[in-house]
Design a protein around this ligand. Structure first.
Ligand SMILES: Cc1cc2nc3c(=O)[nH]c(=O)nc-3n(C[C@H](O)[C@H](O)[C@H](O)COP(=O)(O)O)c2cc1C
Length: 203
């Protein structure tokens, strides 16, 4: 278990080098099996504060987040089902049940929404990337506090009925659902990374 305290210390505005923080960053894995209680208010505050520290051209803050917990997860499951039935009215009961249960895989599901604003210098792609970076910051902040998290999407992410049910506006896009909770069972091993395959000198 990771020591949750004092992961990074600050001196004024200058972060001190922290080998622990780097180790944590390099050891992040997605946790597909989560359960237990909701992350604490304090832990969640840190997770959302980390989200808001994502790089962000012109400080647009092109993101917002919806917390789905408790019975609201059942409502989200029902929304998924109604969206799917719109596409396929003959969906069988097993598929309906499976879909309905999806949000119950974690005590907390965070809907990550990119809110795209018109800006002369910041195109949509940059704002989407900022929102994506904010999602990654949440995964890291969860991991650093010993909380399991996984970024999921799937066809429901882009479905108009789901968008409508979640109150997603025309200028917004759901970029994912982050499932979060306490870690259950073994987590996957961090794979070996072949840096040189992806990084070259330009010459
Ligand atoms: C935008 C996005 C959407 C994803 N959607 C899914 C998904 O729906 N289902 C899934 O199993 N993994 C999905 N993943 C991948 C997992 O979140 C995870 O990154 C992957 O399983 C690799 O695990 P790791 O993060 O431990 O390397 C998605 C990742 C991203 C960035």
């Amino acid at each position: 278990m990771v020591d949750k305290s004092e992961i990074i210390s600050f001196e004024g505005n200058r972060p001190l080098a922290s080998q622990d923080a780097l180790d944590l960053l390099l050891s992040r894995v997605s946790v597909s099996r989560v359960g237990g209680e909701l992350p604490s208010t304090d832990a969640l505050q840190k997770i959302f504060t980390a989200a808001l520290r994502a790089p962000d051209h012109a400080g647009l803050k092109p993101w917002r987040y919806l917390k789905v917990a408790g019975e609201q997860r059942e409502k989200l499951g029902e929304l998924f089902v109604s969206a799917k039935l719109q596409d396929d009215p003959h969906l069988d009961q097993a598929a309906i049940d499976k879909l309905k249960k999806k949000p119950l895989r974690a005590p907390l599901v965070i809907v990550v929404i990119a809110s795209i604003q018109d800006h002369p210098k910041v195109p949509e792609i940059e704002q989407m990337l900022s929102a994506g970076a904010s999602a990654q910051n949440m995964l890291l902040a969860a991991h650093m506090q010993g909380i399991g998290a996984m970024w999921r999407t799937g066809s429901m992410t882009y479905h108009s009925r789901v968008r409508e049910g979640l109150g997603v506006a025309q200028n917004e896009k759901i970029i994912g659902f982050i499932y979060m909770g306490s870690i259950e069972g073994k987590t996957r091993l961090v794979p070996e990374m072949n840096v040189s395959q992806y990084v070259k000198d330009w010459n």
